[in-house]
Design a protein around this ligand. Sequence first.
Ligand SMILES: [Ca+2]
Ligand SMILES: [Ca+2]
Length: 185
Amino acid sequence: MAISLNKGESYNLSKEFPGVKKLMIGLGWELTTKQLDLDASVFMIGANGKIINNNYLVYFNNLKSPDGALHHTGDNQTGKGMDDDESILVNLDAIHKEVTDLIIVVTINEAQENGYTFGLLKEAYVRIYDEVSKKEIVKYDLDAENASNSDIEFARLHRQNGDWTFTATGKGSGKGLEGYMEKYS
Ligand SMILES: [Ca+2]
Ligand SMILES: [Ca+2]
């Protein structure tokens, strides 16, 4: 069973899931009345709180990080089909040594212009699971618990002394992907 975390809570991923090497970040959603395009993105952050260079934002326009550690499987614009609609594979051991944090965000395309929120969707979630064992580590509900948000900083993975710590951030900014790009670039 996935770990249930309140916002702001952390746990040591390396201790809770010993030997975990590869994570999968999965984003899924189903439409109700509106056609909404959700996007999963990961900012690979260095000691100064910014991405270590412009290629270390992995999203629909940059599917692989230069270190080969992160691989986005491609943009999905409709959410059609069950299970994960967008996925990002994370190979923890391959992450560039200057990267101290991975910040995972989910945004809705053109949400600001159109007033879109997660509440317009159903069965919308973002989750992380161990790619090898398929064991789910954490799952966040987007449409019910974050209905009024149009974007969310879902989680932060922080590297310390070779261990990875997971923190449930769970904060919306209302500024979309561009807002996160400004903040972390
Ligand atoms: Ca998308
Ligand atoms: Ca779907």
